[in-house]
Design a protein around this ligand. Sequence first.
Ligand code: AMP
Length: 601
Amino acid sequence: MHFSTLSKYYEKLEATSKRLELIDILSKLFKQAKSDEIGKICYLIQGRVAPFFEPIEMGMAENIVAVAIARAFNKEKEHVIKLYRKLGNMGIAAEELSRNHESRIRNQELTISQVFNELLKIAKFSGEGTVEKKVSALSGLLKKLDPISAKHVVNIPLGTLRLGIGDATVLDSLSLSKHGDKTLRPVLEDAYNKTSDLGFVAETFFKKGINGIKNIKLTLGKPIRPALAERLPSADEAIKRLGNEFAAEPKFDGFRVQIHLSRAHLRGVPQAQHHLGGGGEEVVQLFSRNLENTTHAFPDIVSGAKKEIKAKSAILEGEAIAYNPQTQEFLPFQETTKRRRKYKIEEMAKKLPLVLFAFDLLYLNGKDITQKPYRQRRKLLESIVSRNGGVIKIAQEKILKSTKEITEFFNEAISEGLEGLMLKKLDSPYIAGGRGFHWIKFKRTQAGQLTDSVDCVLLGVYSGKGKRTEFGVGGLLVGVYDEKKDEFVSISRIGTGLTDEEFRKVNEISKQLRVVHKPARVNSDITPSYWVEPKVVLEIQADEITRSPIHTAGRDREGLGYALRFPRLVKFREADKRAEDATTVEEIKKLYKQQFNHYKK
Ligand code: AMP
């Protein structure tokens, strides 16, 4: 397929404000493409040239892209910047310059693969003269493209291609396009949960059909979408779900890490997967809860894993938390989170060492063990983690039977500065990418308040008035995720409860994410001063959940939705949660009901 054809689809996708239309357009696009283009299209429509977990970024700031555009169309950089300021989007600036440019050698009709490979090449340039190499390759590419293609290609390195296409939208579209309806979405989703690689799943589907999809296995180097926990209002209710006997572990308030370890040099071990890099060595890769490759950020965990995990290959999960080995104290989340940084990594690793509390094992010595019961996985985990290691520790576990035991262990965990407990069903498999009652979380509660905070998605922003003019933001519109409809629905407006610093930060974020019309997957009756791409997750504490005719979250036939009363910001979760990981409408409904239980007590 020619890239210019894909660009026409980009135009259509950009123009729609309805999710069903997105699916319809995408499924037509997939139908028209060749099977070996499908994977690349999946990455390109999400503004990428690789799956999310691969640390391949185009890495070009506005300034540099402006130089490339200027060079492509024989203009001064200042001219490009001026035009960009006037039009509000660098891609549109490139489109306009391309239209007016005379000596065109374009209409060479590049294919999708040619453009993709060129962008990938740009992303991979490194070492001396990188900037110049990137500029020259991008300007060369722009010269060969038609104006509409130039517009969209420019938005890829800048990360400003705002089509709002989520993973579930792509999976629905794939099923519709090849099967005529959306019924294959669960099978596709299963494969996606195992690999987190949409392009790979899509291409396998188009080349090998549904049997090929069913054969997709866990793969070292591709993160598995994490299992998630449910909430329940009381220990009694938890016991009903978990059975007579269940496991309980402390809930650590740090960040989740998935470790992929492979030792290719040990005898009898299959060759490490090609994407793990060079053969014959010990390779450790780390992934965050939102599937980013975080290997470089945590050298202490990497070397700890190499020393303290005894296996030929393994995928395990744990929570990393800053820990003071002298006083044996857990540090609060605000300290731990300082380790999520791009610079001065080694220095910070010394200052704030992390300990990883391992709590699950998904893959061992070449075999997927996610289907084994939790009890067995835990035994295997214990058998491979060194007892006296300083970095990788096994999360404490107790096998409990009663409410009284839960309460005691809960209080113990809280007194040690931990967040609460995780209760786990002993015979449950690992459920990748899913929330279920196999894991139940109990967090600290504050009397009279909602028992848990809500992870909301920033949907829009109100411009600042009065004192707030200075911050650019006076209030926020936030929503939650409707999993069934794959939409973001409004739940609250937040005008207070943010510090000046936080208002400024929201302003920074929203400038980056601003879009011209309501995104297709946002469902809201309220219109803020401007919309943003639903991307950033904010943890919000509120006093209560109420029914409300204003908000679309969980709206019923009588027109009543849910709203948060007295909302305030707890923390920004942009580093570890994607928009689709926000609290769901189903969870809001449960939290709403739980309030009444809480008041009854
Ligand atoms: P939440 O983010 O509140 O939904 O809680 C789930 C998160 O708790 C997981 O994603 C983990 O990062 C974290 N966690 C902390 N301790 C544990 C544990 N013992 N088992 C599983 N997850 C844990």
